[in-house]
Each structure stands twice: as structure tokens, then as C-alpha cells.
Design a protein. Structure first.
Lengths: 327, 327
DNA sequence: TTGTACGCGTTATCAT
DNA sequence: ATGATAACGCGTACAA
């Protein structure tokens, strides 16, 4: 910046102003500075700027996995909004480990991020303490947690799961099976199972342990779950796959075996993969506001960062049931 | 840090050393500092550190789209390696626009990133100038570009496409159609078409314009391409879908219509989605080293950043053909 | 409208 | 092994 100031024959302070608040500088000087910037090839140093002003334009995002395509539309939503507001996005993934999350939080706070977006809603005590002390605004968006650190933007996994189960019951299915990812690792899965059980009770359907399964993620896993349930003596007439790509694996297994869906068994999924609408048959599923979660998370965070708002925020975004011919 | 120094009864310089180079500090002082850090809840300020040392531990990644799941395993690979080496990842997406790329590069250079990873290999002149002046190491990894800015880690889109086309020819297919994403927007697609044409020539097969199609991305698009080709008078016996999820859409359309694959027409894909192996029938495809590209990109970049190497690097990662029953 | 002086929190450098 | 001092490049606060 010194070089620019010299070239434009002004002080560095004037250069700084000309760049950040052009209105405060006379048009002629503004022009000289602009030319000098171009001539010198000046690229401002945000590190110095942030250090000096103790304001940063970087937001940190921490999620369990980057590879999981479910999260990518949320990231896209965040990225879109941040870019529009001239903020940068820093990403870390935890591989579903709370220790790794703590490390990532520590690293981001060391970078003096202006705000944090966390997918998980359970954190190590040390992580919570660090965040509290730092005072950075935080958005959690994995599920509508009842006791957020700060702000939440999400949908209710429990309600969504309940709604889909009720939908199946209303369609006349009586022996509704439920497949989720392992409950131990994942509060979202626990929420979903709670919703399933609540819906059974509301519908006066008996809960049958032979109809409830936990499976690891993956297509093969969905196919295996299908076979176990159909041949397991529980005699399901519908299966609700509340996780990942399980439902896709199951439908493809039906295609492979020539089992009609829903003739042999009805199948419902939990997430709005495009693919579900193109399978044969197209699969009934929940449409979750993944992109919107990203957008709104970034928006409420920016509101706080820029001081436009001090409110505690809890945004409950809507889901929808997409009824298709698999049920 | 001042607080820590006071609590530990040492100078800030000693605290700094105790944290970054513990060997240079006596065990007793080291312990006092560690206790003080815990007591104060000290979180170092990397902004100040980087400003002072003019060294950063942030790497910038710029890609066309975050939402495209193809890129997510590359990001995962980068993230894995960076975390192991205590570096942070900043991400921006360009929406396939060179201007947006330039803006992202400018923003990252302003953040004084230690290195850049770019997916695209064509850049605006201003972007190239900025990068050159800044002197930051750069890895490009979209395709094996012949004139890289600095380092490249990728595979050859042209060779991969050529190999698959030759594979089809060797299997006895004579009227091999080729579907790609729009060529104008995408050098990768152009490389792939070049490979296809080269393979036709090597196999002494005639290039027929009725057998070459450009389609937008998406499942529906793949289905449409299938129909256009099959009913378009070009009479293809095999279709090579060299982009995105096009092949998946086509296979599902075949299922829908009851067309046997490869009886009616053979289908080959370009990328290693898990799903391709689970479709009915499983689809022949290329296995591309997406994760490895991420890992190696991060590794060569870190080698440069840490000064372990000054070499110009061009890593050509291998692809594989996975032969399945769709061909 | 423009400039001066100082501080942000850390590391490099040179001393002790 | 430890400390004192001066940067790093910018923004804040105030003065001119």
C-alpha cells in the first residue's frame, strides 16, 4: 500500500479510504489512487486489515463429511450467500468425530473467523467453552436441537420421519418397517426413529422389533436391509428408509429380482436425491430444504456479524412429502 | 498472549517459543506456559502470526461448482491431507465463470493464502498476472493441461475417453455414439471428444455426426439423449456417455421401456459413481482417481509451501476401465 | 478532504 | 535459555 500511496502522491490513509469508502475521497484523488493500484498491481492484505480492525470476513463451516453429497447443496447455499456479501468460506470435516470437531473449532477460532456454522449439534465441553469465550456467532443446522449454542437453522428430523410414517399408514400400510443408519453415531437418526415410533402409536400400529433395522450407509446396505426385512418373518408391506442412499439400493434390488414395487413391498425414502424421481418406479420421499438451510444459515450469521441483528434465532424450515408410485 | 506471559512469569517471546518450538524452552518454563495457556483459555491469533511471519497455513481451492458430487471426493482428499499437516482449506466456487474465478483468486490472494488449487485450467489474463506476481504455488487439476501455470495433478481426459472408445470397438461395437456436456463451456468435454474421435480413427470406424451429441447435465438429459440417438437414424449399437450422470439417466430410461442393455444398445459411462455398479445392468465405466487427485494436489502443494521441493510437477494419475455387463 | 500517530498480536532478530 | 525491540500492513481516532 505504501507503493500505491507514493505513486498516487497521497498518504497511505487516503489510499485506504479510497478503497474502502470512496465517497470520502475527492474524485480526482480517487482516480489517481485507482491508477496507482493498477500500476503497482496492488492486492490488499486482509490479514493486516482484519488484525487492525478486529473484523474478519471469513466464515467457518464444520461438517461430518465433505464427501456425502447430501451436504453439498447446503454448502452451495452457504457459498452463494457468502460470496454475495463478500465473505469467504473455510471448511473442515470431522469424519463424525467430536474430537475432530473440537480441533476444527479451535483452528477456526485461531483464524479469527467472524462466525461458525456447525452441522453437528452435540459438542465436546471444551468446544462449547471455547465458543462461548470467543463470543463468535454460531449456527447449528443438523437438526432442530432444543438447546442450541446460539442460532439454529434446520428442519425437524423427528417431525419429518413422523410425517412420512403417518403418510404410509394413511395409504393403508399396516406393517411399516423402518431402516436407519446406526443410532449410536448420529442424533439425526435417533430423532428419525423417534418420529417413526410416534407415528406408529398415533396410528395404533404395533411396533415390531423385526421391522426395525440399523444399517451402515451405502447402496449394498439398502439391498441387504430389503432382503433381511422381506425374508425375516416380520412380513412388512412397506419399508421406510430413513437414511442416505439406502432406499435406492433397495429399489434397485427389487428391479434385479423382478419384485414389483409397491406390489411386493412399498418403499419410501428420506431425502430428495434427484435420482429418486427417475428410478423405476419413482420413489416417494421427503423433500428437505437442504439448499435453503445453507442460505438461511449464512444469512442469519451475516446479520449477526454485520450487527444488523442481535436476536437469538431458531429457523424451522419446512419439509414436504413427495408422493410417487413406489407407495 | 500477554496474559499468558504474565501468568507464566515470562516474556511473550518465550510463550511464542514454548508453543511453536518447545524444544527451545526449558522443561520447567514449558510447563508453566502450558498451565497458563489452559488457565487463560488462550487461543492464538493466526492473523497476527501470519502477518508477522508472512507465512500462512491456509490453502485456497477454487472449483466450478460445489454441488457437483464428482468434485466432492477430490475436496475430501484435499481436506484429509491438509488437516494432517495442520493447514486450513478455503473454498470458492465460480459457477463455471472465468470472471468469478478471477474474483475468487483476488480474494484468496488478499487473504494471503499459502497456495492455490484450481480445477479449471483456463484463466483470465488478469488472473494469471495476479498469480504470477504473487508468487504463490498453484496446482491445477481439471485436466492434464499442456501449459500449466505451475503444477498439475490430473488424469488425461482425452486418453480416458480414447481408451473407453477403443474398449467398445474391441468388444465389436461398430456404431459407437458419443454424448458429452456442452463443449463450449468446458475444456474437459473437448478433451473427451478428441479422444473419442481419435479412437474411431484408430479403429477405422467412420465418424457419423448423427452419433455425436451435446447435452446439458442431468438424468433427464441422459434419457433424452438415448431416445434421440436410438430413434435418430444413426442406428448406434453402443453409446458412450462422457459426462456426469447422463449414463444413469439413459440406463433408467431403458429399464422403463424394457429395452435390454446391451441387447438394444450398449451403454458406457465416464465416472465412477458407486451407483453405476448397482444399476440393472451394472454399467461399464472409467474409474477416475478423484480422491487421489485431491490428495496428491495437496501433497505437492504442501511440498512447495514448506520448501521441501522447488520442482515443477506434473502428475499424471492413472484411470482404469471397469468392464461390466452393460457392454 | 486529507494526514499523523498509534495499536492490533504475533514473530524475527539480535542481545544477554 | 530467555528477553527487548522492531517490524508486519492495515484501520481507528483524532487533528489539521
Amino acid at each position: 500500500m505504501r507503493d500505491v500511496a507514493r505513486a498516487a502522491q497521497v498518504s497511505t490513509m487516503t489510499v485506504s479510504r479510497a478503497l474502502k469508502d470512496p465517497a470520502k475521497v475527492s474524485p480526482e484523488v480517487r482516480k489517481r489512487v485507482a491508477e496507482a493500484v493498477a500500476a503497482v498491481g496492488y492486492v490488499p492484505n486482509k490479514l493486516a486489515g482484519s488484525l487492525s480492525s478486529s473484523r474478519s470476513n471469513v466464515v467457518g463451516l464444520i461438517m461430518p463429511s465433505i464427501e456425502n453429497s447430501l451436504f453439498s447443496s447446503t454448502i452451495q447455499g452457504i457459498s452463494d450467500v457468502l460470496r454475495r456479501h463478500d465473505h469467504q468460506l473455510m471448511i473442515a470435516d470431522t469424519g463424525y468425530s467430536a474430537e475432530a470437531e473440537e480441533a476444527a473449532i479451535r483452528a477456526f477460532l485461531a483464524q479469527r473467523v467472524a462466525g461458525l456454522i456447525l452441522h453437528d449439534t452435540t459438542h465436546s465441553p471444551a468446544a462449547v467453552a471455547m465458543i462461548r469465550r470467543s463470543g463468535v456467532p454460531v449456527v447449528e443446522n443438523g437438526t432442530l436441537t432444543p438447546e442450541p449454542l446460539d442460532m439454529v437453522v434446520s428442519y425437524s428430523n423427528e417431525d419429518a420421519s413422523r410425517a412420512m410414517t403417518l403418510h404410509l399408514a394413511r395409504l393403508g400400510y399396516r406393517r411399516i418397517a423402518f431402516v436407519s443408519l446406526p443410532l449410536a453415531a448420529n442424533e439425526r437418526s435417533r430423532d428419525r426413529r423417534r418420529g417413526y415410533l410416534a407415528a406408529l402409536e398415533e396410528s395404533r400400529l404395533a411396533a415390531d422389533p423385526r421391522l426395525v433395522l440399523e444399517m451402515p450407509p451405502g447402496l449394498a446396505s439398502g439391498a441387504e436391509a430389503l432382503l433381511r426385512l422381506v425374508e425375516g418373518g416380520g412380513d412388512p408391506d412397506a419399508i421406510f428408509f430413513a437414511g442416505d442412499v439406502l432406499a435406492i439400493g433397495a429399489v434397485l434390488e427389487c428391479t434385479r429380482r423382478g419384485w414389483p414395487v409397491p406390489g411386493k413391498v412399498a418403499i419410501a425414502a428420506f431425502d430428495n436425491f434427484d435420482l429418486l424421481g427417475h428410478l423405476v418406479p419413482p420413489v416417494t420421499t421427503l423433500k428437505l430444504p437442504r439448499l435453503e438451510i445453507g442460505r438461511r444459515s449464512a444469512e442469519v450469521l451475516l446479520d449477526r456479524i454485520t450487527g444488523r441483528s442481535r436476536a437469538a434465532v431458531a429457523v424451522d424450515l419446512r419439509f414436504e412429502i413427495i408422493h410417487r408410485s413406489s407407495t
